[in-house]
Write a protein that binds this ligand. Structure first.
Ligand SMILES: C[S@@+](CC[C@H](N)C(=O)[O-])C[C@H]1O[C@@H](n2cnc3c(N)ncnc32)[C@H](O)[C@@H]1O
Length: 323
């Protein structure tokens, strides 16, 4: 990992191009309310004051849009700012196009990521290079591999060094993706992690298989975390055949099995807060599903948030102390 030290401060808005998603939110008329009592003290994170494309514009390479389930940059930035200090090490074991890493290095933290698909890890590499060209000061590296065996992928010297893990598991083999109008209505594209033939990607497991794989990944992260280190997992509520899949509970169970202690459950808004109300930004498919359900008499609501599950690695008991 090459060290790039430039003269910017953590959270300084990027003046050359792109935006600091946290700064973008804090200059918003409603975002300003977050000054008191402070964003770290709230369990509702105002992470979509601007849209995903606006948060990423100029800050991420164009190809990033191809990933079917990117994290909002403001979610990663909020977690990094809330739970770490400059110079700390941040890990994302399922890093996709590298959102956690990019936001960490812009905030003068160091970052390491693992991603199963080379298609996405290549884009993560490009995003890190781009961030450094824009003055990001942290160091970052991406490893291509299966994070269920993360301890065999990362250098052994990292054990006990990680201050924060920020990650999100895949939710379902196909996700919303993008739509393009066609002769027969709309066609989906960029809605899958790979062509579906490689089952090593956790996206192709059922909920139990996904939870088991995720528990293995978190167990590896537990070894890499320093005592008191924090794990932030975002899980987007997801519906299968119209029914909610309880991914957040599966994530909490996986964390406990991995030896972590759940300490908080927050909400990262996918909707903007404006004049005391929420401005939702649903995808075409979400809107379509909710309209259909309501027309059929099912009182379904639009999903306007991600669950954020927060865990800690308990400090090891002092030797000689009997519990
Ligand atoms: C929800 S996405 C994460 C997106 C990421 N936060 C971003 O902003 O780009 C989950 C990622 O986990 C990856 N993945 C799935 N199984 C994996 C495994 N066994 N090891 C490492 N990564 C895996 C998927 O390819 C996908 O990119």
């Amino acid at each position: 990992m090459a060290k790039h030290r430039a003269h910017t401060t953590a959270n300084e808005p990027d003046k050359s191009s792109g935006q600091n998603p946290t700064a973008a939110a804090s200059t918003d008329p409603v975002g300003r309310h977050r000054a008191a009592p402070g964003p770290e003290g709230l369990s509702v994170w105002a992470t979509a004051q601007s849209t995903g494309p606006v948060q990423r514009r100029g800050r991420y390479v164009r190809e990033s849009v191809q990933h079917p389930a990117r994290m909002l940059p403001a979610i990663a930035a909020h977690a990094v700012n809330a739970y770490t200090q400059p110079g700390d090490l941040v890990l994302d074991p399922m890093c996709g196009i590298g959102t956690t890493l990019v936001e960490a290095i812009h905030a003068d933290r160091d970052a390491i990521g693992v991603e199963y698909e080379s298609r996405w890890s290549d884009i993560a590499d490009a995003n890190i290079k781009h961030a450094h060209a824009q003055g990001a000061t942290g160091r970052a590296g991406v490893i291509r591999g299966d994070a269920t065996g993360i301890l065999s992928l990362v250098p052994g010297a990292l054990a006990g060094q990680v201050a924060l893990v920020v990650t999100s598991p895949p939710y379902g083999p196909t996700v919303h993706g993008l739509v393009r109008p066609g002769a027969d209505g709309v066609a989906k594209f960029d809605n899958a992690y790979n062509d579906g033939t490689d089952r090593g990607n956790l996206a192709y497991r059922d909920l139990t298989g996904l939870a088991d794989g995720f528990a293995q990944i978190l167990a590896g992260c537990h070894t890499l975390l320093r005592p008191g280190g924090v794990v932030v997992v975002t899980a987007r509520p997801w519906r299968k055949h119209g029914e909610l899949v309880d991914l957040p509970s599966a994530v909490i169970g996986a964390g406990i099995r991995a030896g972590l202690t759940p300490v908080d459950r927050c909400v990262a808004l996918l909707a903007a807060v404006r004049d005391g109300g929420l401005v939702a930004r649903p995808s075409f498919f979400q809107l379509q599903a909710v309209r259909k359900a309501r027309a059929g008499g099912t009182p379904m609501h639009l999903i306007a948030h991600e669950d954020v599950l927060v865990f800690v690695k308990s400090p090891a008991p002092e030797s000689g102390v009997v519990a």
